[in-house]
Design a protein around this ligand. Structure first.
Ligand code: PLP
Length: 395
């Protein structure tokens, strides 16, 4: 049996005609950059994410970059984030000339540890106040602890840019003062929510694409200006900005696909549930296999909300690299997100952060393995994956 990590082909069939129509009408419109197709999609995503505005951009990376630029973050500033994320989260901080500051992750969710974040921010705010933004990442499709993070943001007026590249539609349970819970969409809590439509994300386009959500009208205007060289009006530049524009053809495709997104989320959640049962039945849970933590599953009304959208289903295992090789030999796709933490990357060798110690993130880099979880997988395929993992540990 063959179980790819991700196969986009089966999702194509049911919407192929709609996609072809959308692509054809964009082709015939001869309006290929921004324009009404992009504006329509921006409104749809903003509504989906419960924000006032959406600003379509060229990629998830550029969503982060243009957000930092629009907050005027640059040389002399520091930005706090996690060392256990895709490279882009740190790359954009360095590209605007600012300095990344890392906070280790929680052992269960692998999201930024809000308690340690509070210590770093408290300390900075008693001194030079160099920290100008916080970028929590909603890793694998589960939100960071935004209640604590937004409380810090409010206390010290430090803006939060959510890296929601893996988490479109994921929800965070805010606990209100009266003890009730309000579920908030990823990207609706910070001043900016950054999304990627790279094909492997839950909502992917047919190339590169991204979007920034915000409910701050002046900020939305700055984002729009900066994604197009800061031109306002055309050929007059009060800002520098860049070319971060979204192509109309991508927006046309995304408008079609957005209508299927909640169904796909359900399929991923269902597959994650099947994995949990299979691992349980195989007697593998906790030893040797640690399943992905669902840190909000016990919150009020969690079953009705996307507390995890499983962009990745990531287990922790001993002998990770050997298991990975073994599974690949059995035609099972799996991948390591991520094998090297950001503070250990060669490109930051000259910086103070290089080789600082973040033990939880480093442990994760040694033990995590993402298994296939895309919606169209069959129960037989999931069974095969778990069976092969059991074979590996019992032989
Ligand atoms: C995918 C991703 C990005 C970058 O998105 P691109 O569209 O590939 O530029 C940024 N951050 C995280 C956490 C991601 O997973």
């Amino acid at each position: 049996m063959n179980v790819p990590l991700l196969d986009l082909k089966p999702q194509l069939a049911p919407m192929r005609e709609e996609l072809v129509d959308a692509i054809t009408s964009t082709l015939d419109s001869t309006g290929y950059i921004l324009g009404p197709t992009v504006e329509k999609f921006e409104k749809e995503v903003a509504a989906y994410c419960s924000t006032s505005f959406g600003v379509g951009v060229s990629s998830g990376t550029d969503a982060l970059l243009v957000s930092l630029m629009s907050l005027n973050i640059g040389p002399g500033d520091k930005v706090v984030t996690t060392p256990y994320t895709f490279f882009a989260t740190m790359g954009v901080i360095l590209r605007v000339g600012a300095e990344p500051v890392f906070v280790d992750v929680e052992p269960d969710s692998l999201n930024i540890d809000a308690e340690q974040l509070a210590e770093i921010i408290d300390k900075d705010c008693k001194g030079e106040r160099k920290i100008k933004a916080i970028i929590p990442v909603h890793l694998y499709g589960q939100c960071a602890d935004m209640g604590k993070i937004m409380a810090l943001s409010d206390k010290y007026s430090i803006p939060v840019i959510e890296d929601a590249a893996q988490a479109i539609g994921a929800e965070y349970p805010f606990r209100n003062e009266d003890g009730k819970v309000t579920w908030c969409k990823a990207g609706s809590m910070g001043i900016a929510g950054c999304f990627s439509f790279f094909p492997s994300k839950n909502l992917g386009c047919i190339g590169d694409g991204g979007l920034v959500t915000t409910s701050d009208e002046p900020f939305a205007a700055i984002l729009r200006s900066n994604r197009n060289h800061g031109a306002e009006p055309k050929y007059f530049h009060s800002r520098i900005g860049g070319n971060f524009r979204l192509a109309a053809i991508q927006a046309a495709v995304l408008s079609v696909k957005l209508r299927y997104l909640d169904t796909w989320h359900k399929g991923r959640v269902k597959n994650a549930g099947i994995y949990r049962e299979l691992f349980q039945a195989a007697g593998l849970i906790d030893n040797p296999v640690r399943l992905p933590a669902t840190v909000y599953a016990d919150m009020q009304d969690a079953e009705e909300h996307n507390h995890h959208i499983y962009n990745q289903f990531v287990i922790h295992v001993p002998e990770r690299d050997k298991l990975r090789e073994y599974l690949n030999k059995q035609s099972i796709g799996c991948e390591v997100y991520y094998p090297l933490c950001l503070h250990q990357q060669e490109c930051v060798e000259q910086l103070a952060i290089f080789n600082q110690s973040f033990p939880v993130a480093e442990e994760a880099a040694r033990t995590t393995l993402a298994l296939p979880v895309f919606p169209e997988l069959t129960p037989e395929q999931l069974e095969y994956v778990v069976q092969k993992i059991r074979d590996f540990y019992t032989h």
